[in-house]
Write a protein that binds this ligand. Structure first.
Ligand code: AMP
Ligand code: GLY
Length: 429
């Protein structure tokens, strides 16, 4: 099968690495890809939402399967575009259509969906420009921390959490009356604050049957000890020690099953990933958010733990046969450390020449924001490169990942030195 992966981050390099190992994989392409995917696939210079360009490429290169990495093309309807085109509709495409992608594209939709299908989640109220005054009064009746969420996609910046009611009111005003996030904040959710530790569970569904992939925890803040600004993710670990069998069974019964039931009830045909962001509230899962794709950098620890052939898994999903698929998982732990550009997540440099280490034994190097320039690889994004270590114990996996991260060299490079450290109390006892 000829396969096209859409996207250019560490997630897509990890997909490419795993897909390339499959005997069913013919020619592999990544659009637009990065300097890492270029070594194992052919990069195609197409933007992720250039549907017409993707269409021509897919037809000219006899592509049999398309794997969509990021949410943007899904929310914009790339799957609908394929399914309504005579020549494209038979091509297997991994990702939900636009109606399914609302689970991520509209927090108001996903909250109403969770409430309707009894998926445990924080209580919330939605306000618009017309009900701004009610929203401001509502905030005064609540206790901090106050959680405000823009309804639409806001490049990871649409969630504001503050202890200060005056600041919460100011933010609500900015989002609704001043359209701080444009259309994305034309509706804002004011949500109850959840206490606990976060983790993510990943489901691949064919619309009816599902497979639960290894869970992961990511490190969202830029600074050591979970301090400073939010980022796309500075590292990840899998498995998550506090997600024991009892907790995961609750996730399956209380979250996964009602979610899939709800999608079917709503008439949404969903083939693809559901990434469930969860809070472990004293052993009970509460859903923080759904995403309609895999996580980044979570993919860089989840895929290395999967033994099964990924192309066979995707084929089963696209063909509605996941009930017959038995997922095999490595017992090893995986840890990834993301090395980022100086200044990230605010303004950062690009175009710096990089030194990249060879992977350690049981180590993997996944490029994220990189590109080739002549014989060199240069930085080309905020999150630059992810170094994954695999080992029998989490402690050894952390060491391997961090050792490789230290060997990445470019001007202004930075990474967190404490990935996985908060979990050591659970591990390797
Ligand atoms: P989201 O984009 O919905 O995932 O929110 C971004 C981050 O904000 C989450 O990963 C959590 O760390 C935090 N967060 C979101 N909603 C809540 C909540 N209701 N209570 C506590 N933290 C939250
Ligand atoms: N690492 C979080 C995400 O992919 O949304």
């Amino acid at each position: 099968m000829n396969i096209l992966i859409i996207g250019s981050g560490g997630r897509e390099h990890a997909f490419a690495w795993k897909v390339a190992q499959s005997k069913s994989c013919g020619q592999l392409y990544v659009a637009p890809g990065n300097a890492g995917t270029e070594k194992i696939a052919r990069n195609v210079n197409l933007a992720v939402s250039d549907f017409a360009g993707i269409r021509s490429f897919v037809l000219e290169n006899a592509i049999d399967m398309v794997i969509v990495g990021p949410e943007e093309p899904l929310v914009k309807g790339i799957v609908d575009y394929f399914k309504t085109d005579k020549k494209l509709k038979k091509i297997r495409i991994i990702g939900p259509d636009a109606s399914g992608a609302r689970l991520e594209g509209s927090k108001d939709f996903s909250k109403a969906f969770m409430q309707k299908y009894n998926v445990p989640t924080a209580y919330s109220e939605t306000f618009t420009k017309d009900t701004l005054d009610e929203g401001l009064k509502y905030l005064e009746t609540q206790q901090g921390p106050y959680v405000l969420k823009a309804d639409g996609l806001a490049a990871g910046k649409g969630v504001i959490i503050t202890e200060d009611v005056a600041e919460a009111k100011k933010s609500l005003h900015e989002m609704l009356a001043e359209a701080k996030f444009g259309d994305a904040s034309s509706k804002v959710l004011v949500e109850q604050y959840l206490h606990g530790i976060e983790l993510s569970v990943f489901v691949l569904t064919d619309g009816k049957n599902y497979v639960i992939l290894p869970e992961a925890k990511d490190y969202k803040r830029i600074g050591v000890g979970d301090t400073g600004l939010n980022t796309g993710g500075m590292g990840a670990v899998s498995p998550v020690p506090f997600a024991d069998a009892e907790f995961l069974a609750k996730v399956e019964e209380k979250v996964v099953k009602p979610t899939l039931y709800g999608l079917q009830e709503e008439g949404i045909k969903y083939v693809g990933f559901i990434f469930i962001g969860l809070m472990n509230d004293n052993g009970n899962p509460m859903v923080i958010e759904y995403n309609v794709r895999m996580g980044d950098p979570e993919t860089e620890v989840v895929l290395p733990r999967i033994k099964s052939d990924l192309v066979k898994l995707f084929k089963a999903a696209a063909d509605g046969k996941l009930d017959k698929f038995k997922l095999a998982v490595h017992a090893k732990s995986a840890v990834t450390t993301m090395v980022v550009a100086g200044g990230y997540p605010e303004d950062y440099r690009k175009g710096d020449k990089m030194e990249i280490p060879d992977p350690e034994k049981d180590g993997l190097v996944f490029h994220a924001g990189t590109k080739s320039q002549g014989d060199n690889v240069v930085t080309n994004g905020g999150r630059v490169i992810a170094l994954t270590g695999m080992a029998r114990t989490m402690t050894a996996a952390v060491k391997k990942s961090q050792k490789m991260a230290r060997k990445v060299k470019y001007k202004g490079s930075y990474f967190r030195k404490d990935i996985g450290k908060d979990l050591m109390k659970y591990f390797d006892k």
